[in-house]
Design a protein around this ligand. Structure first.
Ligand code: BV8
Length: 242
């Protein structure tokens, strides 16, 4: 059985990583996250955007993967499972730290940085933030003096070709697609389950809340990721009415 997983911020919520909309951290609560993670937000307030990402970079390093991430990483050893492809909208590295090998980051990563002008990868020093700071000056590129930015896909930016194609390929051959912890509002990622459904693959949604996918998913499990995922494969026969 080939499994594909599409995860969103909800799978990391139980690790203590605020979801995209629910980050009530005082400093940025008054800013619209869609504004902060957009090309316009970066153009207008690079110091504010840089400080927000560095704070999130700091937070993720101090939390651990949870039972949901670990369950997904263990599915590759499950009898009958021949392949597990992890597609994530998240910019944290918790799937990797839980042991998942092939993780396709559709929206980039908090741990990769590049020059906003010449695109060259940045591996230089970062300010170490222990407290949330509202503004920090981004480093400058040694090659062209452009601003260093996180290698994250902002609203209005195209998704990176390789992870996107890998995601489309994975949902095009999967027998089961598990969609976990995403509100299913952000495109083109939110269109991936439709590809699986159009082929007759089983699509299982794991989310305590209803989403636009709930009406079309084969099975909807109203549970948290760390509750549902560890026993999901064992429950498949019952879930699918076998
Ligand atoms: C693009 C990085 C084109 C930033 C993010 C139609 C087609 C194509 C594009 C569009 C379209 N319509 C509109 C667009 C534009 C836009 C878009 O989709 N807008 C939305 C708002 C309508 N899309 C784009 O701009 C994309 N680019 O299309 O480019 C293009 C082509 C060529 C040339 C130029 C341009 C780029 C989108 C990527 C944006 N970047 N992330 C960052 O993270 O800082 S998206 C960001 O928001 C997250 O990654 C996440 O994917 C999304 C939503 O965040 P959250 O709500 O926090 O998380 P999530 O949605 O996952 O919801 C949490 C869920 O978890 C909830 O349902 C909750 O119930 C559940 N949950 C909570 N706890 C648990 C749980 N579940 C399980 N267990 C729990 N314990």
């Amino acid at each position: 059985m080939r499994i594909a997983v599409l995860s969103g911020a909800g799978i990391s919520a139980e690790s203590g990583v605020p979801t995209f909309r629910d980050d009530k951290n005082g400093l940025w609560a008054r800013f619209d996250p869609y504004e902060l993670s957009s090309t316009r937000g970066w153009a207008e307030h690079p110091e504010r955007v840089w400080a927000w990402y560095l704070w999130r970079h700091h937070l993720v390093q101090r939390v651990q993967p949870n039972d949901g991430h670990r369950a997904v990483a263990a599915w590759g050893n499950h009898p009958g499972v021949t392949d597990v492809a992890v597609i994530t909208q998240n910019v944290d590295n918790l799937h990797e730290r839980a042991g998942s090998a092939a993780v396709h980051h559709l929206h980039g990563s908090l741990f990769e940085f590049r020059c906003d002008s010449c695109g060259s990868r940045y591996t230089g020093p970062l300010q170490d933030v222990d407290e949330p700071t509202l503004e920090l000056t981004p480093p400058v590129c040694a090659l062209c003096a452009g601003l260093i930015r996180p290698s994250i896909v902002w609203f209005g930016e195209p998704l990176p070709e390789r992870p996107w194609q890998a995601a489309v390929d994975a949902v095009s051959i999967a027998d089961v697609l598990v969609v976990v912890g995403t509100s299913g509002l952000v495109y083109p990622a939110a269109g991936l389950p439709d590809i699986a459904l159009s082929r007759g693959a089983v699509v299982i949604e794991v989310n305590p809340e209803a989403t636009p996918l709930s009406g079309t998913a084969t099975v909807t499990i109203r549970e948290s990721a760390s509750t549902a995922l560890p026993t999901l494969l064992e429950r498949l026969p019952v879930l699918l009415g076998g």
